[in-house]
Design a protein around this ligand. Structure first.
Ligand SMILES: C[S@@+](CC[C@H](N)C(=O)[O-])C[C@H]1O[C@@H](n2cnc3c(N)ncnc32)[C@H](O)[C@@H]1O
Length: 472
């Protein structure tokens, strides 16, 4: 064959390194491979990128884009998996996980952001060339070109079963939640299609950063001076940072006089502190205190009333975080590391007890984008005895006439009402207090007597609270 018949070879071009996409890919790999939490892996990766590239090359906008790409890809992973599955010629389990991560990141840029199609494809192919090699970059290019043939709505029409045929599967694919989670949330929420759709979409939104001005230590006025800060919706101590920002750079937060705390958590602590009580109101217990958000608010409220707070946490390192959160509390308190199911305190010795028990966290899916894919229905069985043991211990710890708040950041009925109902049977000399008046001004609190907050109705995590009084 003569030389003239040969096609001229394209000169080799080095792949373009885009620090934002490389960082997002590394974060997804860490979440996939090491079961890491996105909110924990991202900050050090962002710091490293800023140091390596310099603040002019990797600025705040790059950090925001990288964060959005990671969170968005993880939240919508179920939907993107279904789209990618429709574009490859083999089962997804046979696609190498790093390749799948690049594809998911590309699918998110194409279907979940305003990045133009050609830019989303070419940025993904360049990323693939850097992290996977030229051969696999061709595969990425071919798959993403198919993904780009429809927008998200177009894909959903193809891949989601019709609502009338299978409502839960439809919602699971369209709103990117595992089916069992859709089912559990719907059981707890009740109602028809509109409510559950609003809830699932709220789970896919990035929550605002909310601060708490710990009473007696900071004021909301002080926090409202921050950029784009507005008052909370329900808690008198809440301030919302509508444009995010860096709470760690705020003086009051650095000093521990204020903290980052979802308004739902603030409301739960406030409700327990304000539950009506006859007789002394001097000794308060937080039996599951780590990392200390509610304990710090309870400590400040207790100080205003001259009450003492014991903050107890099983894990010693988390008890250390509680100590840090309470440091500087103006009233008396103590932090201990103790197993709440085998407590060192005497029965009947507290006037108010909060048990904010370990749970599946299905009420905080907005914050932990990977959690919904990691949780399994079997996890509920693991938590059930611990949740019952801790509530039993709380009911023993409180004096006759005192109140217990049983709280979870999960709305799953197996972790909320089922636990409370079981323990009320075992402790006949107790009564459920109507908790709704303890949430003044908060609408849509249901039929009571317990309270379930919801992201789509209240803009908070889906915190649950039952208030129980010991009557004998
Ligand atoms: C939902 S978190 C509490 C959150 C905390 N109230 C706050 O607002 O920051 C549950 C805590 O209970 C702790 N825990 C788990 N088992 C426990 C036990 N047997 N006794 C006491 N604490 C326990 C966990 O380590 C975890 O820190």
């Amino acid at each position: 064959m003569s030389d003239t018949s040969r096609r001229p070879r394209k000169p080799y071009r080095r792949p373009q390194k885009d620090p934002v996409r490389i960082l997002a890919f590394e974060a997804l790999r860490a979440v996939d491979e090491r079961d890491a939490y996105a909110n924990l892996v991202l900050p050090p990766l962002l710091r490293k990128a800023r140091e390596k590239e310099g603040p002019d090359t990797f600025d705040g906008r790059d950090a925001a884009l990288a964060t959005e790409l990671v969170y968005g890809t993880l939240r919508r992973q179920g939907t993107y998996d279904a789209v990618i599955a429709a574009c490859v010629d083999r089962p997804l389990k046979d696609v190498d996980p790093p390749v799948l991560d690049v594809l998911s990141l590309g699918a998110h840029q194409l279907l979940g952001t305003r990045i133009p199609t050609h830019a989303a494809v070419s940025a993904s192919v360049e990323l693939a060339r850097v992290v996977l090699g030229d051969g696999r970059a061709k595969f990425v290019n071919a798959v993403l070109r198919k993904v780009a043939q429809h927008d998200l709505d177009g894909w959903l029409e193809q891949i989601a079963p019709p609502y009338d045929e299978d409502p839960e599967d439809h919602l699971a694919v369209v709103h990117s939640h595992p089916r069992w989670v859709v089912s559990a949330l719907w059981d707890s929420l009740g109602g028809g299609r509109a409510g559950i759709e609003d809830l699932l979409e709220a789970d896919n939104e990035r929550p605002e950063v909310t601060l708490v001005a710990r009473p007696g230590r900071a004021t909301t006025e002080e926090l409202l001076r921050e950029e784009a800060a507005v008052a909370g919706r329900w808690s008198p101590y809440a301030v919302r940072l509508t444009e995010g920002g860096e709470p760690g750079a705020i003086d009051a937060v650095r000093d521990g006089r204020a903290g980052v705390q979802d308004e739902g958590s603030q409301l739960v602590a406030l409700a327990l502190a304000n539950a009506p009580l006859e007789g002394p109101d001097e000794k308060w217990l937080d039996g599951c205190a780590g990392p200390g958000g509610k304990a710090a608010l309870l400590g400040a409220l207790a100080a205003e009333r001259g009450a003492f707070l014991l903050a107890s946490e099983k894990q010693p390192h988390r008890a250390g975080l509680v100590a840090r959160a309470l440091d500087g509390n103006p009233g008396p308190y103590q932090v201990i590391a103790a197993d709440g199911t085998r407590p060192p305190w005497r029965p009947g010795s507290f006037d108010r007890v909060l048990m904010d028990v370990p749970c599946t966290g299905l009420g905080a899916l907005r914050r932990r984008p990977e959690a919904r894919w990691r949780r399994r229905p079997e996890d509920l069985e693991g938590f059930a005895p611990l949740q019952r043991g801790l509530l039993r211990s709380a009911l023993e710890a409180v004096r006759v006439g005192g109140v217990v708040g049983y709280a979870t950041c999960s709305p799953h009925l197996a972790e909320t009402r089922a636990v409370v109902a079981d323990l009320l049977k075992q402790f006949p000399q107790t009564e459920l207090v109507d908790a709704r008046p303890l949430f003044p001004g908060v609408p849509a609190l249901g039929d009571g007597p317990d309270v379930q907050l919801w992201p789509h109705l209240h803009g908070t995590d889906a915190m649950y609270l039952a208030v129980i009084r010991r009557t004998g």
